[in-house]
Design a protein around this ligand. Structure first.
Ligand code: F6R
Length: 253
């Protein structure tokens, strides 16, 4: 890959990818224990989060000084709802890694006023000194966080209407019942995401091959929010072989 700002690494499989990234995050946190981490939910980072939990359990990583900000949350759900992204993160990462609850930042899907909640979140990120390392997944429709494709994109944290495909891919959190998936969410905006110092996007499986190919080789367009990552100076894309199968080349991980 000749682009110095966007490096791509292709791993043999998603287990190796997750393990390698977990080791790297642990060593970054070892060097700078007060890292501010931006986190994503979804199926893709689950292995990574479990690997981080395993490193913590073996005494090989200390996350007690880390601050976290998650990208998004369903609108209309209290944090304790079993389908909330907060519950997902508690289950897959926070309770496994000793990340202190008072250092965890989340959008509150049951806040009285969505706009005020979004402004509070942007202020909280700025107050923490910005995000050092943002972990991202990508939707098959090219969304990043829950910035859905459309005619325009919001820069700051905002309330979003979820596409039908996004609601379907979140149905597992609601017992497989797509009708129970909220129709709206709060999400960090593309500007908020692009302000992170480093971005690491993970994509695995052949269902991601098309959007990854468009992200890497296509034009920058609001029809594929992920394409805006091309504007960032320090993006790493970590793929397994199926996600790289449509002509995306990278280093071997
Ligand atoms: C959710 C988020 C989304 C997901 C994307 C991929 O916090 O940031 O952009 O990363 O929907 O989801 P999975 O990993 O389930 O394919």
């Amino acid at each position: 890959m000749s682009d110095p700002y966007l490096t791509i690494t292709v791993f043999r499989d998603e287990r190796v990818l997750a393990r390698t990234l977990a080791e790297r995050i642990a060593s970054t946190v070892g060097e700078n224990p007060r890292q501010v981490l931006g986190l994503a939910t979804g199926r893709t980072p689950v292995r990574l989060y479990h690997e981080l939990g395993a490193l913590h359990a073996r005494g090989r990583a200390d996350f007690s000084h880390v601050t976290t900000f998650n990208l998004d949350e369903f609108w209309g759900l209290p944090p304790s709802d079993p389908g909330s992204y907060r519950t997902f993160m508690t289950e897959h990462l926070f309770r496994r890694t000793g990340i202190r609850p008072e250092q965890v930042n989340f959008l509150n899907g049951s806040a009285p006023d969505a706009d005020a909640e979004c402004a509070r979140y942007d202020d909280a990120i700025a107050g923490a000194g910005g995000i050092d390392l943002q972990i991202l997944g990508i939707g098959t429709n090219g969304h990043i966080g829950l910035n859905e494709p459309g005619r325009d994109l919001a820069s700051r944290t905002h309330r979003v209407a979820l596409k039908a495909s996004t609601r379907r891919s979140n149905a597992a959190l609601f017992g497989g019942d797509v009708d129970r998936v909220p129709k709206e969410a709060l999400s960090m905006g593309m500007g908020s995401i692009l302000r992170a110092r480093r971005l690491v996007l993970i994509a695995t499986g052949k269902s991601k091959a098309k959007c990854v190919e468009r992200l890497v080789h296509g034009p920058i367009t609001t029809k594929l929010p992920a394409s805006f990552l091309q504007l960032h100076g320090a993006v790493e894309i970590l793929l397994d072989e199926p996600a790289a199968q449509l002509g995306v080349r990278g280093l071997h991980g």
